[in-house]
Design a protein around this ligand. Structure first.
Ligand SMILES: [Zn+2]
Ligand SMILES: [Zn+2]
Length: 359
């Protein structure tokens, strides 16, 4: 029935997600009730669902941690948020533990991750802590023509990329290699470019390279190239554009073993390599590879909520595009969308919304 609060729950590995009504949703004193505009489908959801990676909360559980929406109810300590449009951080930290106090709230031991610790965003409504919410200026959003549902990707794909760009210190004139320009890497490439990076995008998918090619300096298809070929092509690009042959910044976004191996092959003198997101594959790195080159490897998990407004600003001011990297589907199509995402049949990141129409 239209308007009835529902959620789609995972009851077991690979079992069809089940649509169930939500009985009562009432925010606690520090919480808000959100009517969800959109929730992005992330590789992490697929790992829970298809690979049986354990969620921290027992099943049944609603997956989904890339959420945007409107606050429609709030507890006594969160009344300021009522009627505001928001992005919910994928990792909601407590705000007062040692990790939170030292800029590492993404690993807060008390964090709440929707779709992992608490019911997630593949639903019409959700209750979450108010701490860390990112307000969206709806007047500015309307001027851009972007839907609030599209902004769901800022909750994880775009902000995890933003965090990696900050951690690796991308600056003007740096040569930045983005390996894998799908749902996450597309943002990493764009964000690195806004910080002045000269971005080389690598993928094995010609469609993705075609889209990101408009936002970066060079797009390389790895399908017909060896790792040595890629390294040589990047070195040649650097030479012809007056860029350094050392200190490349490598953002590994493929999330695959082959992709990670290829990315580590590019590590050379004073390189910084950052893996964005998560892969269960084992990657072997010979210690001297980093040591002899005085290179650094960084693993990047999530993004502190304090950085969300800066990432959002890049979208609102038009420097980072989201709509051309998103495809929206009705929430009721969730089982079909999961299957398509798992099969690699989607060209863009799927965002599910309860509104009904597919776009
Ligand atoms: Zn995610
Ligand atoms: Zn904390």
């Amino acid at each position: 029935m239209a308007g009835e609060p529902v959620r789609w729950v995972m009851t077991g590995k690979g079992k069809p997600l089940a649509r169930i009504p939500i009985d009562t949703l009432s925010p606690g004193p520090d919480e808000v009730l959100i009517k969800i505009a959109g929730c992005g489908v992330c590789r992490t959801d697929l790992r829970f669902y298809y690979d049986g990676a354990p969620t921290r909360h027992d099943l049944p559980l609603t997956l989904g941690h890339e959420i945007s929406g409107h606050v429609i109810e709030a507890g006594d300590n969160a009344l300021w948020w009522i009627d505001r449009a928001v992005i919910v951080p994928a990792l909601i930290p407590c705000g007062h533990c040692d990790a939170c106090q030292h800029g590492r709230s993404a690993i807060c031991p008390n964090q709440k991750m929707p779709g992992n610790d608490i019911h997630g965003g593949f639903a019409t409504h959700i209750v979450v802590p108010a701490h860390g919410l990112c307000e969206v200026d709806e007047a500015r959003l309307a001027a851009t023509g972007i839907d609030l549902a599209d902004l769901a990707v800022i909750a994880d794909a775009a902000t995890s990329s933003f965090q990696a760009v900050m951690e690796t210190g991308v600056g003007p004139g740096d040569l930045v290699v983005v390996n894998g320009v799908g749902g996450v890497g597309g943002y990493a490439a764009q964000i690195a470019a806004t910080f002045g990076g000269r971005v080389v995008a690598i993928d094995i998918n010609a469609d993705r390279l075609g889209v990101i090619g408009r936002h970066c300096a060079l797009a390389l298809n790895a399908r017909d190239k060896t790792p040595d070929d890629l390294k040589a092509a990047i070195a040649s690009f650097a030479e012809s554009h007056g860029l350094r042959q050392a200190g490349w910044i490598i953002l590994e976004c493929s999330g695959t073993k082959a992709g990670r191996d290829a990315a580590y092959h590019l590590v050379h003198e004073r390189a910084v390599i950052a893996a964005i997101g998560c892969s269960m594959d084992r990657v072997e790195i010979r210690n001297p590879k980093l040591m002899h080159f005085h290179a650094r490897a960084i693993e990047n998990w999530g993004c502190p909520p304090e950085l969300y407004p800066q990432a959002l600003e890049l979208v609102l001011n038009g420097r980072v595009k989201v709509t051309e990297f998103v495809e929206k589907h009705a929430l009721d199509e969730i089982n079909e969308v999961f299957a398509a995402a798992h099969a690699g049949a989607l060209k863009r990141r799927a965002v599910l919304h309860a509104g009904g129409a597919t776009s």
